[in-house]
Unconditional design. Structure first.
Length: 727
C-alpha cells in the first residue's frame, strides 16, 4: 500500500513543478512583451521626431532654393496646392523632393501649417519685396528703399523671403493667422504635426485635438504626448527663428553694406568735378574763416576791454550811490562777468583759427587727391597774425592790475575817512550833551539825547531800506519789461520760424559778400558783429527744441521778475511806513530836546525869551540862554536838511560813518571783480601768446587718384543682390 501512495505524491510534485514552470515562463513572456512594447513606443517616438526633423530640414532647404515656403498639400498627392487659400494641409513630400516619400505613409502623414494670406507676410509668395537701402540725401540715416528704375527690378532672392519674415514678426497676432494653440497663442511661420500611432481621443482620426481640423491652428508643441487622449508631436518655427536660421540680418546687412559702397562711389563721382571747385573754395573760405576769426578775436579783445572799462565805471556809480543805484550795480556785475567770459571766447577763437587752417590743409589735400593735375606745392593757406591782439591783451592786463591797486588804495583811504567820521560824530554827540547839560548832571535830559539818537538811527535804517527797495522796484520793473519783450520775440520766432530762417540766411549771405568787399577795418568790424548776431539767431531758429526751451525759460524768468517786482513793491511800501513812523518819533524827540537848557523858548503872540529855572519870567542870577548853542549842536549833528526838526539829513555827520562803510563794502565787492578781470586778462593774453608763438602749420600734400566709377559699383551691388548677399 505504501508504494502507490509514494507514486501519487511524486506525480503530484511533478504536476506542481510543471505549473510553476508555466507560471515562470508566462511571467517572463509578459515582461518581455512589456519591454518590447516600451521599446517600440520609444522607437516610434524617435522615428516620429526624426520624420518631423527631416520634414523641417526639407522645408528650410526648399525655402533656401525657392526663396519661399511650399503651399500645403490638400489632396494627399504629395504636391503643393497653391490654388486655394488653405494654410493647413499635408506635407507636400513630392514637392519637397523627399526621396522615397509616399504621400500616404510616414512623412506623407505629417500635417503642415504655413503662414499665408493677403498680407506682406504670406510666406508662400515669391516677389521682389526687398530692396537694398539707399542713403538719404538729407543726411539723416539709411532708411529709404532704393527705387526702381534705375535700379534693376524683379531681383528675387532669399532677402525677399527675409523681408516677409520680418513683416510677419512685426505683425500682431490676429484671427486667421497660422498659429499654435499655446498659452498665449502665438503666430508661426510654419508648423508640423505627426499623428502618432493611435487615435487616442477616439474621433476616428489619428490626429488629436486642434491638429485634426482644417483651420489655421495646431496644438502647442509643449503639450505632452504621454496623455491618454493625445499622442501627437508638434514642431513649430516662429518668424524670428527662421530669420536666425537664414541669417537674415547678416544677409541684408551685407547687401546694404555694398549698397553704401555704391552710394559712396556715386557721391564721390558726382562730387569729383564739384569737389575740385569746392576744394578750391574750401581753401579760400577756410583761410577767410581763419582771417574772420582773427578779426572776431580782435573784436572780442576790444569788447572785453570795453566791458572791463564799463564795469569799472558802473562800479564807481554803484559805490558812489552806496549800492543804492541797483541798475548800475547789476550792470557792473554783468559787465564784469562778460569781461571774464571774453577769455573763454578768445581761447575758443584761437582754437577756431587752428581748425580753419586745418580745414584749409584738408581741403588742399582733397583737391590734390581729386585732381591729379593739381600741384600740391602750389596750394597755400593763410595763418593770421595775432600780434596786435596780443599787444591789446597785454595792455588790458596792465590796466586790470593798475585798477585793482587803485581800488586797494581807495579802500585804505576810505578806512581812514571812516575812522575820522566816527570820531567827528562822537565829538558832535558830546558837544550836544555839553550844551544840554551846561555843567549839570541832568540824567533826565541825557535820556532825551539818547532817545533822539535812537530814533534818528531808526529813521536812518528805514530810509536806507526804502532807498534799496525803490532801487529794487526799478530794477525788477526793467526786468519785467525786458523779459516781456524777450518772450514776445521768441514767440514770434516760433510762429514764423521757416520764414525767418530763410530771411536770415539771405541776410547772412549778403553780409558775407559785404565783408569780403569791405577794406575799412571799422566798417568790417561792424559787419562782423552784425553777422555774429544774425548767425546766433539763425542757429537758434534752426534748433526747434532749443528755441522752445529759450521761450519756456523767458516765460519762467518773466514770472520770476513779476514775483520779485511784487515783493520789492511790498518791501517799498513797508519801508515807507517805517520811515513815516520813525520820522514822527524823531520829530517828537527832537522837539523834546530842542529847548531843555537853562532857558526855554515860549511861543506867545510874540516870541520872547523867558527864564524857566524857577518860574516863568523870573530869572535867577547866573542864568544863561543855551537855546542857540543847542540848536547849533543839533544842526551840526543832523544837518544839513530842509527841516532838521522834522527829519535828519541822510548825509549828516550822524550818518556819515554808515555811508562810508557802505562805500567800503562796495569797493570790496569791486575788488573781487577786479581779481576776476585780472584772471580773464591773463587767460586772454596766455592764449594769444601761445597762438603767436606756435601758429598752426599749413602744409598741403597729396597726389591724384581715380575712384571707382559708379557703373562698376552699381554692377557689383546688382550682382550681390541677385546672388542673395555675401553670406
Amino acid at each position: 500500500m505504501s508504494l502507490p501512495s509514494r507514486r501519487i505524491v511524486q506525480r503530484g510534485f511533478g504536476l506542481l513543478q510543471v505549473m510553476l514552470l508555466i507560471a515562470v515562463l508566462g511571467g517572463l513572456a509578459t515582461m518581455g512583451f512589456l519591454e518590447w512594447r516600451e521599446r517600440t513606443a520609444i522607437e516610434n517616438a524617435r522615428l516620429e521626431r526624426l520624420n518631423l526633423s527631416q520634414a523641417d530640414q526639407a522645408l528650410q532647404t526648399f525655402a533656401t532654393v525657392a526663396r519661399r515656403l511650399p503651399c500645403p498639400d490638400t489632396d494627399r498627392d504629395g504636391v503643393e496646392d497653391c490654388g486655394g487659400t488653405e494654410q493647413k494641409g499635408w506635407l507636400p513630400a513630392t514637392t519637397l523632393r523627399m526621396a522615397g516619400a509616399d504621400p500616404g505613409v510616414d512623412i506623407g502623414q505629417i500635417r503642415y501649417l504655413v503662414q499665408r494670406g493677403a498680407g506682406d507676410f504670406d510666406l508662400t509668395v515669391l516677389d521682389d519685396a526687398w530692396r537694398p537701402l539707399e542713403y538719404d540725401d538729407d543726411g539723416t540715416t539709411f532708411f529709404a528703399m532704393r527705387d526702381a528704375p534705375p535700379y534693376q527690378e524683379n531681383i528675387r532672392t532669399l532677402a525677399d523671403f527675409c523681408q516677409r519674415l520680418q513683416a510677419g514678426a512685426d505683425t500682431a497676432l490676429a484671427a486667421g493667422m497660422a498659429q499654435v494653440n499655446a498659452a498665449p497663442a502665438r503666430a508661426v511661420a510654419y508648423a508640423l504635426a505627426h499623428p502618432g500611432d493611435e487615435d487616442t481621443d477616439g474621433d476616428g482620426s489619428l490626429f488629436d485635438g486642434a491638429n485634426t481640423g482644417a483651420n489655421s491652428v495646431l496644438e502647442d508643441p509643449q503639450r505632452s504626448p504621454i496623455l491618454a487622449a493625445y499622442d501627437d508631436i508638434v514642431l513649430d518655427r516662429p518668424f524670428a527663428a527662421l530669420q536666425t536660421a537664414f541669417h537674415c540680418n547678416v544677409l541684408n546687412d551685407s547687401i546694404n553694406t555694398v549698397a553704401l559702397a555704391h552710394d559712396i562711389s556715386s557721391s564721390v563721382d558726382e562730387m569729383k568735378e564739384e569737389n575740385i571747385e569746392a576744394a578750391e573754395r574750401a581753401i579760400i573760405f577756410a583761410s577767410i574763416g581763419a582771417a574772420i576769426t582773427a578779426v572776431e578775436t580782435a573784436a572780442v579783445v576790444l569788447e572785453g576791454i570795453s566791458d572791463a572799462g564799463n564795469a569799472a565805471g558802473e562800479w564807481a556809480i554803484c559805490i558812489a550811490s552806496l549800492g543804492i543805484a541797483a541798475n548800475a550795480c547789476a550792470a557792473a556785475g554783468i559787465h564784469t562777468a562778460s569781461a571774464a567770459l571774453t577769455a573763454g571766447v578768445i581761447v575758443a577763437n584761437v582754437a577756431s583759427i587752428a581748425a580753419n587752417v586745418t580745414a584749409a590743409v584738408l581741403a588742399g589735400n582733397a583737391l590734390a587727391l581729386a585732381d591729379s593735375t593739381v600741384n600740391a606745392s602750389s596750394l597755400s593757406c593763410t595763418v593770421p597774425d595775432l600780434t596786435t591782439q596780443l599787444n591789446q591783451a597785454q595792455g588790458e592786463l596792465n590796466d586790470a592790475i593798475a585798477d585793482r591797486q587803485a581800488i586797494v588804495n581807495e579802500i585804505a583811504a576810505k578806512q581812514v575817512e571812516l575812522n575820522n567820521a566816527i570820531a567827528a560824530r562822537n565829538q558832535a554827540i558830546a558837544n550836544l550833551r555839553f550844551w544840554v547839560r551846561w555843567g549839570y548832571p541832568w540824567s533826565s535830559i541825557d535820556g532825551r539825547v539818547d532817545t533822539l539818537l535812537s530814533s534818528a538811527g531808526t529813521w536812518g535804517t528805514a530810509n536806507t531800506s526804502y532807498s534799496d527797495a525803490t532801487a529794487q522796484v526799478q530794477l525788477y520793473q526793467d526786468a519785467v519789461t525786458n523779459w516781456t519783450n524777450t518772450r514776445d520775440d521768441y514767440a514770434n520766432m516760433i510762429a514764423n520760424r521757416t520764414t525767418l530762417i530763410s530771411q536770415l540766411q539771405s541776410e547772412i549771405a549778403a553780409l558775407d559778400t559785404q565783408i569780403a568787399a569791405t577794406t575799412d577795418p571799422v566798417a568790417r568790424e561792424a559787419l562782423q558783429t552784425e553777422r555774429l548776431e544774425k548767425t546766433a539767431r539763425l542757429s537758434l531758429l534752426q534748433d526747434a527744441t532749443a528755441l522752445q526751451n529759450e521761450y519756456n525759460n523767458a516765460v519762467t524768468r518773466l514770472a520770476e521778475a513779476q514775483s520779485n517786482l511784487a515783493a520789492a513793491q511790498s518791501a517799498q511800501t513797508a519801508a515807507l511806513t517805517s520811515i513815516n513812523s520813525a520820522q514822527s518819533s524823531y520829530a517828537s524827540n527832537y522837539n523834546s530836546l530842542q529847548n531843555p537848557g537853562r532857558y526855554q523858548l515860549q511861543v506867545l503872540p510874540s516870541v520872547v525869551w523867558a527864564c524857566s529855572t524857577t518860574a516863568i519870567n523870573v530869572c535867577q542870577p547866573g542864568d544863561i540862554n543855551t537855546y542857540s548853542a543847542i540848536q547849533t549842536a543839533l544842526n551840526d549833528l543832523f544837518g544839513p536838511a530842509t527841516n532838521v526838526a522834522q527829519a535828519p539829513g541822510p548825509s549828516s555827520r550822524y550818518f556819515r560813518p554808515e555811508q562810508i562803510q557802505r562805500e567800503i563794502d562796495a569797493l570790496e565787492d569791486s575788488l573781487d571783480a577786479a581779481d576776476d578781470r585780472i584772471d580773464a586778462a591773463q587767460d586772454s593774453y596766455d592764449s594769444l601768446a601761445a597762438q603767436v608763438a606756435n601758429p598752426p602749420p599749413c602744409n598741403i600734400t597729396g597726389s591724384g587718384v581715380t575712384p571707382m566709377p559708379p557703373s562698376a559699383a552699381q554692377s557689383i551691388l546688382t550682382n550681390v543682390d541677385i546672388k542673395g548677399g555675401t553670406r
